[in-house]
Design a protein around this ligand. Structure first.
Ligand code: 4AD
Length: 467
């Protein structure tokens, strides 16, 4: 009936007391037949356990031998006495040591691992530094990490990334709940595409052609037609992307919002502003340890954002680019490179890495986007950027069925496949709008990570359907 102690709770106040802990064998370094060092890891926390054969410790030669052959990543229970090491430890999170009295192996790992968690947790700087030493560290490549994701996930940075990801989702729900939004769930099986374009996964639905939802777009708007008034959804989004890039997945988590508005699409941007300042502040205040853990492996500067989010019109953005010598089509879309460049210019001029670009040219927005009342070449739409990369797109929607029908046709969409959507607006429809956020992108860009696969638990991309 001994009580368990978490590795993270092992502190100096416990000196000389006997504890029972459980963890994985992180490293196992026998130094002789009488002495060995095992680092035990429990999620992000590690502690050094000393196995020393002697009368006093009642540890026999057999136990040292037994420990020697214990493979890394095996689960063990250890009973031992908390002591202080002669010199401060650098390789473990806990500063105390455990003098092992008893060990039980709970579950053994394969002796040969395809990926060492110790290697996977190293920062680029540590690897670089080790190249000058007699034991240079191995670099674990991305594919190996993803192929053996359950091992890769065990690093402190990865543990932290998914905590941060949930904090974003939680803060999103929390703020919207507080503002009287209701969480909804829209169907992922659809008769036709929701965003237009060809990037849909087709499938057969009881003999009828169907596809996986590219977004909750149509149904979240229909929920507004059903007088739910202010809705949000957190759910999977499927895109049959052909582009193999650092920021595209074939399945990602969408955070979607749709709301009635009184007059102007700035009401939607007001919400984006309030919501994201809250999310970023929550991350900074509630997740200090996690941000530190990510930064230890992947160093980054904290995100610069303003208490009131900067808004620029697309035209202003184009002008800023022009002044910096970058010519872009004033009625076209920005490519990745010009978005990045604009991000830099905005940072220099306004000291923020988070801003809204609005009033996009109509031609580059989806069919359901509302055209500007004062200029039919532009639309009541916006994108939002972190560190020069898009995380959100949003807009006021067309709520007039005839216009919607015409716009869908112009955009090459088979109107028959979305007739129930268009019909929803025939029974009186409110002015409304909303936006969609890519969860993986928010975490990736908040931490300035270089690849979206790092923030997807089991990423799906054009070349990967497993694990
Ligand atoms: O820009 P998107 O395609 O917009 C929509 O889906 C609209 N229905 C949103 C709206 O309410 N108007 O996607 C929204 C966000 C993007 O800003 C991006 O963050 C993310 O979803 N996203 C992706 N994330 C990962 N992989 C992909 N292939 C993504 N495509 C979009």
């Amino acid at each position: 009936g001994k009580e368990w102690t978490d590795v993270s709770d092992l502190v100096e106040e416990m000196l000389e007391s006997e504890v029972l802990i459980r963890g994985r064998v992180h490293t196992n370094r026998p130094t002789s037949n009488k002495l060995g060092f095992v680092v035990l890891r429990e999620s992000g926390s590690t502690v050094q356990c000393v196995v020393s054969q002697s009368e006093k410790t009642k540890v026999g030669a057999n136990m040292v031998k037994y420990l020697k052959q214990l493979s890394r990543e095996s689960f063990v229970d250890v009973i031992g006495v908390v002591t202080l090491p002669k010199e401060p430890l650098t390789g473990t999170t806990q500063q105390v040591e455990i003098q092992v009295r008893k060990v039980y192996c709970i579950n053994k790992s394969l002796a040969k691992l395809p990926l060492s968690v110790e290697d996977a947790a190293r920062s680029e700087a540590d690897i670089e530094a080790s190249l000058q030493t007699p034991s240079p560290a191995a670099r674990v490549n991305q594919d190996t990490r993803l192929n053996y994701r359950v091992l890769d996930l065990r690093t402190p940075a990865n543990q932290a990334i998914f905590q941060l990801q949930y904090e974003v989702e939680y803060a999103f729900r929390e703020k919207l709940r507080f503002k009287n939004f209701v969480g909804i769930h829209t169907p992922k099986l659809m008769a036709g595409s929701s965003e237009g374009g060809s990037a849909v996964f087709r499938l057969e639905y009881k003999g009828q052609p169907a596809c996986l939802a590219q977004s909750p777009q149509l149904h979240k708007q229909m929920a507004i037609c059903g007088d739910l008034r202010r809705v949000f959804e957190v759910g999977p989004v499927f895109r049959a992307e052909d582009s193999f890039t650092h920021r595209h997945l074939c399945e990602f988590v969408g955070l979607d919002v749709e709301m009635e508005i009184r007059k102007h699409y700035s009401e939607i941007m007001d919400l984006v502003d309030e919501l994201f300042v809250f999310i970023f502040t929550s991350l900074n205040e509630r997740c200090k340890k996690e941000l530190q853990a990510v930064g230890k492996q992947y160093p980054f500067e904290p995100l610069k954002f303003l208490p009131k989010t900067l808004r620029l019109t697309f035209e202003e953005g184009v002008q800023m680019l022009k002044e910096a010598g970058v010519e872009v089509d004033p009625l076209g879309d920005l490519n990745t490179e010009s978005e990045r460049k604009l991000g830099q210019l905005v940072l220099e001029k306004y000291n923020t890495e988070f801003y809204i670009l609005h009033r996009y040219p109509k031609a580059v927005r989806p069919f359901y986007t509302m055209t500007c009342a004062d200029n039919p070449l532009y639309s009541n739409s916006f994108d939002v950027f972190i560190r020069g990369e898009e995380i959100i797109s949003g807009a006021q929607r067309v709520h007039i069925p005839e216009v919607l029908e015409q716009r869908a046709g112009e955009c090459g969409i088979d109107v028959k496949t979305i007739s129930t959507y268009i019909d929803s607006f025939r029974y009186g429809a409110p002015l409304h709008g909303g936006f969609g956020v890519g969860l993986e992108r928010v975490v990736m860009l908040f931490c300035a990570l270089n690849n979206i696969r790092k923030t997807s638990l089991f990423p799906r991309d054009p070349q990967r359907l497993s694990p």
